[in-house]
Design a protein around this ligand. Structure first.
Ligand SMILES: [Zn+2]
Length: 182
């Protein structure tokens, strides 16, 4: 990877041997390994048995404002923002700290925001067999902002709604209201 980064530095007209850049390939490699570590995460290890049975609770559970950092697969530039997750249990609940870790597992890869949203929602639905799952991501994309493609402050909002979140307008409205999106 370091050789490839030296090549990029040369191609943009830089001198990879100058003092400020000598260690850059090493730093970039380490940064890239960190921000793409999601490829090597194992879902079962993340969950680590933190699924609990609770037949009585079928109230909506929400984890909102989960910080999210990912990389656009079209430009290899970051997009970042917030992820909001809700579900309606059907006998299974998940330890709340696990949801941000599932978000990280999928966001620390090359992504497009639409697929990231779907992957998080589908994974939760598979694990929890819930009565409904809703995921909303609002993110800013440096690939558009830095290149002046969009207005600088515009954010992209994507959602994936399954089960009751999809079928029932009232449930969906309650979710959007609780995450401050209605
Ligand atoms: Zn992009």
């Amino acid at each position: 990877m370091q050789e490839a980064i030296r090549t990029i530095l040369k191609e943009i007209g830089e001198d990879p041997t100058r003092e400020g850049l000598v260690k850059t390939p090493d730093r970039v490699e380490r940064a890239w390994k960190f921000i793409t570590q999601g490829y090597h995460k194992d879902l079962n290890e993340i969950i680590n048995n933190a699924i609990f049975h609770d037949e009585k609770n079928n109230n909506m559970v929400i984890v909102k404002d989960i910080e999210l950092y990912s990389m656009c697969e079209h430009h290899l530039l970051p997009f970042y923002g917030r992820c909001h997750v809700g579900y309606i249990p059907n006998g299974r609940i998940i330890g709340l700290s696990k949801i941000p870790r599932i978000v990280d597992m999928f966001s620390r890869r090359l992504q497009i925001q639409e697929r990231l949203t779907t992957q998080i929602a589908q994974t939760l639905q598979e694990i929890l067999q819930a009565n409904g799952v809703g995921v909303v991501i609002e993110a800013k994309h440096l690939c558009s902002m830095m290149r002046g493609v969009e207005k600088q402050n515009s954010a992209m909002v994507t959602s994936a709604m399954y089960g009751e979140f999809h079928d029932c307008a009232e449930t969906r409205a309650e979710f959007l209201n609780l995450i401050g999106k209605s």
